[in-house]
Design a protein around this ligand. Structure first.
Ligand code: R5P
Length: 301
């Protein structure tokens, strides 16, 4: 990888991320340039980039849904270099494939390491938000040779919640959510009450959550906080327990609003009130902008 040496001069982005591209470009003070896509009848993709690119290009791509977007990156990154970019920073608000971080049964591929290495081989730098780092502490452990920056939206989420909910009780649905819950609670004045559940996963949609012993939810405005919601089943299991323990209301705040399938309807059916998320993944629940956070972390020189 070439050393980082010049300020970013353009944001390259796909049409389905136009609002984030515009916000990021504005925060960086550079233009947003489009990548056009054509899908052939057999499913292959053709990408068209601006024909002449500046030395340092920021490529924006959030990895939800993950697989096709990874292919886009595999094509767009070398194409950008052929068109003049010598320095490539990937701004990837949601970095997929971080949860498979060990072989849970013999023979399972450790996707976190392999996808991390793949992106590290194509980009000089990567900026992301709340990647699911559970068994490693730093993203560069799985991104050799890449300047990898892992930001946290938890303080922004906490500050947002402090304005929406009076005297909230933040609950994380599993042990892995503890760092986000702590940081979000610390961003409130005074610091919000908080607790973390334990979780056992039995399948894609089967989870068993246990509230911490003695947690008093009676009459409380509970907010469940997690890095991501996919099927929503983790949040639903935690919400049911909170209501059973006397919570007056249960709302939800996540960094990454994947919300696949019937997730949002199922949350509502479980009695969950408001659902808020950052704009790392475009979704109707987006309420908290991370563009300034991302822009501030893009390498300038
Ligand atoms: C994993 O531990 C994550 O932090 C989330 O709790 C999990 O991915 C949520 O998945 P789902 O919404 O499918 O229960």
């Amino acid at each position: 990888m070439t050393p980082l040496h010049s300020p970013p001069a353009a944001v390259l982005a796909f049409d389905d991320e136009a609002p984030m591209a515009a916000a990021l470009a504005q925060a960086l003070g550079v233009p947003a340039l489009p990548i056009a896509r054509h899908r052939f009848p057999d499913g292959e993709l053709k990408l068209r980039l601006p024909p002449a690119l500046p030395p340092h290009v920021v490529l924006l791509r959030t990895l939800h849904p993950p697989n096709e977007r990874l292919v886009e990156l595999l094509i767009a990154a070398p194409a950008a270099r052929e068109l003049g970019a010598r320095q490539l920073t990937l701004v990837c608000p949601y970095l997929a494939y971080m949860r498979q971080d060990i072989a849970f049964t013999p023979g399972e591929a450790v996707s976190q390491r392999h996808i991390g290495a793949l992106l590290a081989s194509r980009f000089d730098a990567l900026v992301t938000v709340d990647p699911h780092l559970h068994r490693i502490s730093r993203l560069d452990e799985v991104m050799p040779g890449c300047h990898a920056v892992a930001l946290s939206a938890a303080p922004l989420v906490g500050a947002w919640l402090a304005r929406q909910v009076e005297r909230p009780l933040f609950i994380g649905p599993d042990e892995e959510s503890a760092p986000w819950v702590r940081r979000a609670a610390a961003a409130c004045t005074p610091a919000a009450d908080h607790a973390v559940c334990t979780k056992q996963r039995h399948g894609d949609r089967e989870v068993q959550v246990t509230l911490p012993a003695g947690l008093d939810c009676r009459g409380r405005a509970v907010v469940l906080i997690d890095d991501m919601a996919s099927t929503g089943r983790t949040l639903i299991a935690a919400a049911r327990l909170a209501f059973a323990a006397g919570a007056a209301s249960v709302d939800v705040a996540v960094t990454h609003a994947l919300f696949v399938g019937d997730a949002v309807d199922a949350l509502q059916a479980a009695g969950i009130g408001r659902v808020w998320s950052t704009d790392c993944v475009p979704h109707p629940s987006n309420a908290i902008s991370v563009a300034p956070l991302l822009a501030a972390a893009v390498p300038r020189a």
